[in-house]
Structure formats: C-alpha cells, structure tokens
Design a protein around this ligand. Structure first.
Ligand code: PHE
Length: 354
C-alpha cells in the first residue's frame, strides 16, 4: 500500500508533464479523463486510503488531494494556452480570400432611366410649347366642386357615371376625391386668369388621374392625362380640329390621321371624341383597338358657356376649346405596346427597352 503511495509524486509529475506538453484540446481532454476515471490510477489510490492505518489516512488523503489539484491546475493553464492557439488557427482557416467567394450580381450597378410615361409627357409638353402653349398643373386630390360642379356636373347628375370616382371624404365640410380627369385644372386656370386679369389662356395641364376601373389592355386605375385649354376672343371649332390634327402629325408622324366623333361632355358644347389611327396595326384592326383600326385618345369640345360663366368669364366676349387625352395611351401608341399594363408591371426586361 505505502509503496503505491510512494509513486504518487511520480504519477503527479507524469500527469502534469502530459498536460503541459499537450498541443491541442483533444490531448488535454485525454489527461483530464484519465485523472477522473474510476478505473484510473488516482481513483485506485483513493480506494486504497481506506486500507491504510488510521493515522496514515489523513495525510494520505491530503497528499492525494494536493496531487489532483496540481494536475487540475496544469490542465487549466494548458487549456488557456491551447485555446489561444486554436482560435488563431480557426481564424486563419476562416479567412476569406478574393476569389473564394462567388461574386453575384452585376457590377457596377446599372443606372435607371426616365420611365416611358414620364418621357412621353415631356415630349407632349414640347409639342404644345412649340405651338405656343404654356404648361400648368394642379392638385391630384380635388374637391367635388372642381372635379364636377364647376364643370357643369351638379351632384347626382347622371353624367357623373361617366367617371368611376374614388372618393376620399364624402359630405361635410366638403366632398374630397381623387381627380378623375385633368379638367378641374382648367377651372383653376380660368379663376387665376380672371383674378389676375391675364386672359387669354393657351395652356396644357399634364398630370395623374384616378378611376375605380378594372385595368385592361387600354386602361389603368392610375393614369395620366394632358388637358388643353384655349380661351380667347373668336375661338371656333375649326381651331380645335386644327390643333388636334397638327398635334397628331407632330407627335405621331405625318402619316397618322386624327378624327373627331360626336360625343357628350357636360363641360363642352359641342363635344367630340378624338381618335387617331391605331399605331399598332396601322389601321388594319387588332386586339388593342378592338379591331376598329382607331384608338380613342380622349375628349374635346368648345368650352360650355355655363362653365365660363361659373368662373366669371363673359361668354359673349370670350369663347374657347378644351381637350383632354391619355398620356399612357400616347406612350402605348408611340412605342406600340399591345397591353398598357406592361407600363406598370415592373418587368425589367420590358422597361429596359425605353
Ligand atoms: N375630361 C374628359 C375625360 O376625362 C375629357 C375632356 C377634356 C373632354 C376636355 C372635353 C374637354 O373624359
């Protein structure tokens, strides 16, 4: 028994040395397992303590505990040393080297561009500015009065059904809506001109309009119109027809025709629908023009005397014409886009063409 205890110092030195010599956490774990194992040398010594003479037991137990403690100390020192090394090795192994990682995407990023609709609006403005018009705009959120009443469409008038209106607030203090057309800007311009004494008016008013409508090949719920208004002395329907045709040829090309078909709008009298040759089939008939060969661009007519009177312009002295047509529709014809919804679908392959 005592001979075994005589080996304690050697055993301890041996374990401490092994712990210190360890170069990785696996080797350290092996030393620790042996130190604690029930079938290991330290557990055997522990069991033999009970067989010693009673007076030897105390010192033997203490010596064993001290031996264990010094091995544990060597193990934890070693663990600290090895963990520093192993962390450095790990970081080294994880280092990213250019070329290790696939570079996704396109580089440098591509630059966006003005949308087909915005560019069309710019081009339309240019055509009208060249013809002597100025450019104005007005709010997209309008009151019922500007969108309807001042345009000779009283509340509950059946003509309101012509516009599928999106209302924001109904009733007191005022009914507020998303404008269904750019015609309310006409009213604002006439009021301003009367207030500042700057008649006559020759202006176009482009902008966004909204209708509660089901989008199809020729209609969007949020779309763009350009309104035109001329108020002067001696303006006739021939001036209107001349401006429409000059515009058609200037913008779409000299081989394109325009035609006016009798129509009704509460704010113009007489009124007409303004159509141009379908640019997609060149008049032969296709899905886009419902096989008619013509595409309706918008409406027009002579400003109704009641509208002039409502804003304080004397209909005996002044007359005028107005028109309003779709900018998206112009983009569609100009770029021969069979379905207008492509303009808002956000398909990069489509949009990149413009
Ligand atoms: N505002 C009418 C519409 O959107 C078009 C129009 C404008 C008609 C001007 C006549 C005069 O349907």
């Amino acid at each position: 028994m005592s001979a075994t205890f005589d080996d304690l110092e050697n055993l301890t030195v041996q374990f401490v040395e092994r712990a210190r010599a360890a170069t990785n956490s696996g080797e350290i774990a092996l030393v620790e397992t042996e130190l604690r194992s029930k079938s290991g040398p330290f557990a055997a010594l522990q069991r033999s303590v009970g067989q010693l003479n009673p007076e030897e037991r105390g010192p033997a137990g203490a010596a064993l505990q001290a031996a264990r403690a010094s091995v544990e100390a060597a193990i934890s020192e070693s663990r600290e040393r090895v963990s520093v090394i192993e962390r450095a090795q790990q970081l080294d192994a994880d280092r990213l080297v250019l070329g290790d990682v696939p570079m996704g995407g396109t580089f440098p990023a591509t630059v966006g561009h003005v949308s087909a609709v915005a560019r069309t609006q710019d081009e339309l403005e240019d055509v009208f500015v060249a013809m002597g018009f100025t450019v104005a705009d007005g709010p997209e959120i309008e009151t019922d009065w500007y969108n309807f009443e001042a345009l000779n469409i009283p509340p509950a008038h059946p003509a309101r059904g012509m516009w599928d209106t999106l209302y924001l607030e109904v009733g007191e203090p005022e009914t507020v809506l998303l404008r269904t057309h750019t015609s309310p800007v006409q009213v604002r311009l006439m009021q301003d001109a009367v207030a500042s004494g700057t008649l006559p008016i020759h202006a176009v008013m482009p902008g966004r309009c909204f209708r509660r409508d089901t989008p199809d090949a020729r209609h969007l719920m949020a779309f763009h119109q350009i309104e035109g208004l001329v108020i002067d002395r001696g303006i006739t329907f021939a001036d209107l027809a001349g401006v429409i045709d000059a515009f058609t040829k200037a913008y779409f090309g000299p081989d394109m025709s325009s035609r006016l078909r009798p129509a009704f709008f509460p704010f113009t009298e007489p009124s007409a629908e303004f159509e141009i040759t379908c640019a997609i089939c060149r008049g032969a008939g296709c899905r886009t023009c419902s096989h008619t060969g013509w595409i309706e661009l918008g409406g027009c007519g002579m400003v109704d005397p009641a509208v002039l009177a409502a804003v304080g312009i004397n209909p005996e002295e002044y007359s005028g014409f107005a028109f309003g047509f779709g900018i998206d529709r112009c983009a569609q014809m100009r770029h021969q886009i069979p379905d207008m919804r492509a303009l808002i679908d956000n398909d990069d392959r489509f949009l990149r063409q413009f």
